[in-house]
Design a protein around this ligand. Structure first.
Ligand SMILES: Cc1cc2nc3c(=O)[nH]c(=O)nc-3n(C[C@H](O)[C@H](O)[C@H](O)COP(=O)(O)OP(=O)(O)OC[C@H]3O[C@@H](n4cnc5c(N)ncnc54)[C@H](O)[C@@H]3O)c2cc1C
Length: 344
């Protein structure tokens, strides 16, 4: 039985696992490894240590379906909406630019519920409204490792058993041994796979050691190197039940502060306000702030964000818990086409 490793349990890795599960039709052993403690990647949702029901989206805030995405991916949106994973964004976001034809969605259970939904599907047989998703799995895998020479005919007739999903597994090296990919991780023994799908940000792919460094063609390397990422911090704040944060918006883009770019009353944004669960806030820093303080301690950065927050929302009560996240590789932009920056 062919073994497939997907590195990363963010949106790309999770969806890839679900699509392989749906589209293949004979045995294939699927494994997902992620260095993090949970799924979601940059679509992560953190919980308060005091109340797991109090959550905050630290990365992606809302999903924008443009007319182009609707044309090519409508079945994905339909499925997520039908399952209650996505709901239309109806709360006011100050300063949000809405282009004609765009639809915005939030994930009421936290944005990481999208990855969790797909990972669940990768482990179980799920009928997909009786139709093919139209995604070419062979192209999906071949696109990542075109040197592998997988036979398209053989691939379309593969099927998956359940997926092994393992967290705290950082992949460090990939070597070729007897026509198999031998994958080493920071802890635990190395394992061999027939196919590997790498879904992490481009700079993290380029950091991998072993034969892979030489197997990536010069053209592929240049393409990977041409992808640049912004860096920023996210600060999540959890408050006691009953705390009132009296602002007329659920989210706000800030244009006049050197440190803070975006604030959201996260439970209000997701339309899940409740008298039993306290509000949660997320603050995203500006990119210049993120770049300047990239190597500073999380404690120092958190303090600086708090100082600036006091200027924007004076008199906020003390949160019962905080979670500060550094996004070194936050959102991509292509150097060859800088207009891509912030396209979402
Ligand atoms: C602050 C912020 C705000 C954003 N806002 C929005 C938004 O509003 N709307 C929107 O659509 N998008 C937004 N995005 C972008 C969106 O989050 C990403 O495009 C999307 O989550 C990328 O998913 P991915 O699976 O491709 O990558 P990732 O989510 O980065 O997943 C890669 C996974 O690989 C794992 N990994 C990395 N290296 C290794 C290794 N060596 N071994 C094992 N595992 C590894 C990581 O832990 C991670 O889980 C935002 C991102 C950030 C950071």
């Amino acid at each position: 039985m062919a073994r497939v490793l997907i590195v990363g349990a963010g949106l790309t890795g999770s969806l890839c696992a679900a699509l392989l599960r749906r589209e293949a039709s004979s045995p294939l052993r699927l494994t997902v490894w992620d260095k993090a403690e949970d799924s979601g990647g940059r679509m992560t949702t953190a919980s308060s240590p005091h109340n797991p029901q109090s959550t905050v989206d630290l990365g992606a805030q809302y999903i924008t379906c443009t007319p182009h995405y609707a044309k090519i991916h409508q079945s994905f949106y339909d499925e997520l909406l039908a399952g209650g994973i996505l709901k239309p964004l109806t709360s006011p976001i100050d300063g949000m630019v809405i282009k004609e034809g765009d639809c915005n969605f939030v994930a009421p259970h936290g944005v990481s519920s999208i990855s969790k939904h797909y990972l669940k599907q990768s482990a179980h047989q799920v009928p997909v409204h009786g139709k093919n998703t139209g995604v070419d799995c062979h192209a999906l895998l071949q696109g990542i490792f075109p040197t592998q020479g997988l036979n398209p005919m053989s691939f379309t007739s593969l099927a998956l058993a359940g997926a092994d999903i393992c967290f705290r597994q950082r992949v460090t090296q990939i070597n070729l041994r007897n026509n198999k990919w031998e994958v080493s991780r920071e802890t635990g023994s190395s394992e061999q796979f027939d196919i590997i799908v790498l879904t992490m940000p481009a700079p993290q792919i380029l950091q991998l050691q072993g034969d892979i460094a030489n197997l990536i063609s010069e053209c592929q390397r240049q393409q990977l190197e041409s992808v640049s990422y912004s860096s920023r911090y996210a600060l999540g704040l959890f408050y006691e039940a009953g705390t009132k944060i009296d602002v007329p918006w659920a989210g706000r883009y800030i244009t006049s502060n050197p440190c803070i770019r975006f604030i959201s009353i996260d439970n209000k944004k997701r339309n899940i306000e409740s008298s039993e669960i306290g509000p949660s806030l997320v603050i995203h820093t500006t990119v210049p702030f993120g770049v300047t303080y990239l190597e500073h301690s999380i404690e120092d950065v958190q303090e600086l964000i708090f100082q600036q927050l006091e200027n924007i929302l004076p008199g906020l009560p003390q949160p019962v818990a905080t979670k500060c996240q550094k996004w070194r590789h936050s959102q991509y932009f292509c150097l060859e086409n800088p207009m891509d920056r912030g396209a979402w």
